[in-house]
Design a protein around this ligand. Structure first.
Ligand SMILES: Nc1ncnc2c1ncn2[C@@H]1O[C@H](COP(=O)(O)OP(=O)(O)OP(=O)(O)O)[C@@H](O)[C@H]1O
Length: 351
């Protein structure tokens, strides 16, 4: 029969291809394993430096065990990514999990200032600020270990595409605004020395398990900008949230944070991003559009369409507060403590 040698050849080729693919896959897996192993070994010898500030769970971890867990992180553990790096969920056991931010660039040998800043960040404890539990510094990369915020970011809650996501109601939006304002006010007025956040935006307002707002990433814009460039960051801050004077002076101020918070407040009220395409098409921007709307008392037209039922006067007052924060003259903007007070007075306290 003519067919049998052809079939035999065909089967042999298939078997060889199968064996070869197995060998290649095994080789690649081995290489990956060896690389991870090397990093773990490097980190526990002279390689990296791990510092843990607080949290009993993290304290009991050796650098080696932490790195072992960290090296097992894969794409499925990613909970977000930004200009500074990728954020992973690191689960230690059933009850303990952290958010680990892997900064794109390591700087083991660079200045002590970086670590000093991290220690200052680690010292801050407030109900509306995301705690930094520790950090790891190595030549290849740096890791920042944060408290995990199970309800993600305000940005995702407002603009996320998940169909399972329920639109936020007005009391929740108001509570988030108050919480975020309280966190920023704490940085501005109660921390010694006072802290300017520099990158207030909805993706840096995270929600804990009780949907309490927590401000994250403060200090990071300052820490990273010396040797980092970032598509959405101009020096420090994010396009759409930056106060107009920043483009002239390049100086970050507390009033610049107040402006950025005003933009977040508008996002909560309108459900629109400051960089929404519809504004670009119409040659305007969120802030200018809302200012006109408030002037003409047409706030109802600007309110997020997913907000079906809301107290009109409270929402109008929130628009007025946002407008004050967005004054083009920084000296006319209220201080963050005053913004907090105004927001708290909008309605009877919820918490
Ligand atoms: N502690 C945390 N707990 C839970 N999720 C987090 C935590 N930190 C960050 N995330 C998630 O990761 C996303 C990316 O965060 P990251 O701070 O890296 O970038 P960003 O704030 O979006 O942008 P940028 O780097 O420009 O500030 C956040 O939007 C949030 O969804």
């Amino acid at each position: 029969m003519v067919g049998s040698p052809v079939i035999a050849l065909y089967i042999t080729i298939c078997c060889l291809a199968f064996v070869m693919s197995k060998i290649i896959i095994s080789f690649l897996l081995y290489k990956r394993w060896a690389r991870k192993r090397r990093i773990i070994e490097d980190s526990s010898s002279a390689g990296g430096r791990m510092v843990v500030f607080r949290s009993p769970a993290a304290q009991s971890l050796s650098t080696k065990a932490f790195m072992k867990k960290t090296m097992k992180l894969s794409n499925k553990d990613i909970i977000g990514s930004g200009g500074f790096g990728t954020v992973y969920m690191l689960t230690l056991d059933d009850k303990t999990a952290f958010a680990v931010k892997r900064l794109n660039k390591g700087n083991k040998d660079t200045d002590r200032g970086f670590e000093r800043e991290l220690h200052a960040m680690g010292d801050i404890k407030h109900r509306n600020i995301v705690s930094l539990h520790g950090y790891y510094i190595a030549a290849q990369f740096n890791l920042l270990v944060y408290e995990l915020m199970p309800n993600g970011s305000l940005d995702t809650l407002l603009h996320g595409k998940s169909s399972k996501q329920k639109p936020l109601d007005w009391p929740t939006r108001h509570r988030i605004a108050v919480g975020a304002a309280r966190g920023i006010s704490y940085l501005h007025h109660d921390c010694i020395p006072h802290i300017i956040h520099r990158d207030i935006k909805s993706s840096n307002i995270l929600l804990d398990r009780n949907m309490e707002a927590r401000v994250s990433d403060f200090g990071l814009a300052t820490l990273m900008h010396a040797d980092q460039t970032h598509v959405s960051t101009i020096v420090a801050g994010t396009f759409g949230y930056l106060a107009p004077e920043y483009f002239d002076t390049g100086r970050a101020t507390t009033k610049g944070d107040v402006y950025s918070f005003g933009v977040v407040l508008l996002e909560l009220l309108t459900g629109k991003r400051p960089t929404d395409e519809s504004f670009i098409e119409e040659g305007t921007k969120l802030v200018t559009w809302v200012k006109d709307v408030v002037k003409d008392e047409r706030q109802e037209q600007a309110v997020d369409s997913t907000l079906s039922c809301y107290p009109t006067e409270e929402v109008k007052e929130a628009f007025r507060i946002a407008e004050k924060c967005l004054d083009s003259d920084p000296s006319k903007r209220p201080a963050m403590a005053a913004v907090l007070k105004m927001l708290e007075q909008i309605s009877s306290p919820i918490n």
